[in-house]
Ligand binder design. Sequence first.
Ligand SMILES: [Zn+2]
Length: 308
Amino acid sequence: MRKNSSSKLRVKNMPRFLTLSVLSLILIVMIMMSLFFLMTKMAAAFHSQAQILQTSSANSSETNAPKSETTNNTTNENIKADPPPQVNNADPFADIKSRLRSGDTDGIKVVFLTFDDGPSDDTGELLDTLADYDIKGTFFTTLHDNDHAKNMYRRIVDEGHTLANHTSSHDYGLYDTPEAFFADVDALDQFQKKITDQDNTSHIFRFPGGSMNSNEACIQGILDRGYNYSDWNVSSGDGCADPPPSDVIAQKIIESCRQHDVSVVLSHAELKSSSREAMSIVIETLQEEGYTFLNMEADYTYPRHLEL
Ligand SMILES: [Zn+2]
C-alpha cells in the first residue's frame, strides 16, 4: 500500500518533472539561440564596420591619389614652367664668373676693359661703341661735378657697366696723408651714390697711378673700407700726351691680352680719340678668338702691382 502510494506519488509527479525538464530545455535552447543570434548580429555589425572602414580608407587613398598626382603634376608643370624664365634671366657668363670667383682661371680667356679718369665729353661716344657690341666695361671715374658728367655717371650705371672709384681728385700727393686720401675716396663714393641714386657703389677701386704709387697704409685703409682694388696687366700705351694711332694701340692691346688668361686693360678711351677708335678693333678681334669681355665685380680676383 505504501509502495503503491509511493509509486502513485512518483507517477503523479512525473508530468511536473517532464514539464519542468521541457521548459528548462526550451529555456536553454532559447538562451542559446539568443546568444547565437546576438553573436551573429555582432559579427555582422563588426563586418560591416570593417567594410566601412576599408571603403573609407580606399576612398581616402583614391582621393589622395589624384591629389598627389595633381600635386606632382603641378610640381612637374612648375618644374617645366619655371625653366624658361630662369633660362631667360640666366646669366650666360655665370660659369665664367664662378671660375673668376674661385680662382680657376686657366685658359678662361676673359678681358676686362677698364677706362680711367672720366667721365669726359666723349664718354657717351665710348658708351655707344660698347653698346653696339653689347660689351660691359669698368669706369674708374674721378669727381666731375657738371651736368654732362652727371648724365654719364648715370648712363654708366643704367647701361650695366661698373661705376668704380678712382678718387675724387686723382692727387698722388694725398698718399702721404692717408686720412686726406680716404676722405677723397669717400667724397667720390658719396657723390656717385647721390648722382646715380644708389644705396651702394660697386666697391671696385683703382689707386691713381696704380697701387705701386700708393703705400701700405692707404692700401690697408681701402681694404678696410670693403673695396677690392685692381691694377692692370695690359696697357694700351695711351697715357702719354701724344698717343699712337688706333691700329697700333689696338694691336698692342690684342697681343698683350693673348698672353693672359685674365686681362685687365688700362685705357684712357674717354680722353683719347685713338683709344676710342681702337676699341672696335680690339673687341671684334678678341671676340673672334673666343675671348669674353666682362665688367668688374667686387668678389673677383684681379692683377695687383702691390699686394699686402
Ligand atoms: Zn688715373
